[in-house]
Write a protein that binds this ligand. Sequence first.
Ligand code: FES
Ligand SMILES: [Fe+2]
Length: 415
Amino acid sequence: MEIWKEWTQVLITLLTYKVALICLVLYLVVKYLVIPLDWTKELDESGYGYVGGSGFRRLSQIKRIRRARKIGDVPPVYPNGWFALAESHQVPKGKTLHVSAMGEDFVVFRGLEGECFVLDAHCPHLGANMAVGGRIIDNCIECPFHGWQFDGRDGKCRKIPYSDKIPKFAEVRRHRSLEVNDLIFVWYHAEGEEPTWFPDDIPEITQRKYIYRGRNEFKINAHVQEIPENGSDLWHFNALHGTTVIFGSNMAADNSRWNFLRHIWDSCWEPSTDPDSKHLGVSRLHHHVEVFGMKFGILDIDIKQIGPGYVEMKFTCPLGQMFVTQTVTPVEPMVQKVVHRVYAPLPLALYGTFIIIGESIMVERDIMIWNNKTYLDKPLLVKEDKTLAKYRRWFSQFYTEHSPTYAQAKKSLEW
Ligand code: FES
Ligand SMILES: [Fe+2]
């Protein structure tokens, strides 16, 4: 009898371990293979890894660092171009979204036929924010305050529920928008000019050939120009992104024990020479890993910088290709929202997840620099840094006479 009891006990224990193991495997499969990863960090959550303490004390230290920082002689803060206001899934049919960016308040909404529109958020009648409580009727948004309806296609008022007559001038500013690659862009131009170029369509994304593997999102304390400048800053790759990704993103810590394992980057950057696509900057990154002096090729990344706020990246590894989109949107003069979205073919789904994790850690290293640096209008460059000078000349095409300066933009935020 005793022996039976013992055997039953052993069996139960084994089964419990087996069930626990199966549950763990299932959990890992669902987490990393099925559910797209979302790596979202707020302003104080990345780039300040060196700030000690926790909770309120840490937050107030970060606040002090931000306030005391010398931002430098920054260029105008809102360049001309296409900027992402939202990702498509954030604006389902019949829904509204309030986005504050480039000193404007936008309402982004999707009509009942599926088309996306961008209007000024504030109703011209009495100033209500239509994104907050506004209802969608066909292609119109109805203001929650008195029920006026505005058409997303032209901004014109279509209905005033308590008046027979609609004044001719009753309209709200409509913004030129575009939805591509699961992103909703708005055109911003300080002189009010129409777009002469557009973000490219990536068939692997728009035709759903690749699956969406996830995203990261960061709020960064920096001037908008600093973020794409990274691609032309060829010498920062091996310095900042050389330490193995396993080390993490706090570059203020001692990383010397990881020296046996390093990422090596070869890079180049060129502005487009085609007069019809001078808004393009093109670069290529070759990545290999060095372990105890032995080198292994890992990735090639072809990068297309499309205007000031959008980047398309094609990752090529021995197993296949992946696409990553990057958007940079100035939500305040010195605060950028940066989003990366990753798409991979089904067999590379897990690799897509690793790319998000690895890329997020690498971007957080850049954020530590961006959040704490000053902008040098006349940096001290050596001849090997010539791509940086080229990049700045290229980027200057996105500023025009009335592009808002830091002081102007800051003033409009004060109240
Ligand atoms: S404020 Fe919008 S309808 Fe009156
Ligand atoms: Fe970088």
